[in-house]
Design a protein around this ligand. Structure first.
Ligand code: HEC
Length: 100
């Protein structure tokens, strides 16, 4: 599946990315890949909101809606489907702890 392969490449890129938050070494699998598209800090010129410092419950709610195709999406539906509920929980909690 092409989308899955692209995402695996994104994960590999993000792991090496200097833009990832300082504690990227502790990040759960897949979490730093979000920062390829979502800024890790505010003040970046992009229509996407940063994930850092957001409530974990809000991130999880959005990811579950993407996963169930209940929220309009171009890529997030495919990304959300690549993670188990436990992985999404870990990723959301990790982003909630990052400084915006
Ligand atoms: C390939 C680029 C890309 C990656 C990687 C990505 N996102 Fe997104 N994200 C988007 C886009 C684009 C949207 C807007 C909805 C859409 O078009 O799919 C979005 C929307 C969202 C939203 C809802 C809007 C908001 O800011 O509340 C959340 C939450 C979100 N993404 C979380 C994540 C998480 C968590 C990850 C990592 C597991 C991630 N995204 C990885 C591109 C990306």
């Amino acid at each position: 599946m092409i989308a899955a392969r692209v995402f695996v490449s994104l994960v590999a890129l993000a792991t090496a990315s200097a833009a990832a938050p300082a504690s990227a070494a502790d990040a759960p699998r897949g979490a730093t890949a979000c920062a390829i598209c979502h800024p890790s800090k505010t003040g970046v010129d992009t229509p996407l909101q940063p994930l850092s410092g957001r409530k974990a419950a809000d991130i999880i709610a959005a990811m579950q809606e993407f996963k169930a195709d209940r929220r309009p999406a171009t890529v997030m539906n495919r990304i959300a489907k690549g993670f188990s509920d436990a992985e999404l929980q870990a990723i959301a909690e990790w982003w909630a702890e990052q400084q915006p």
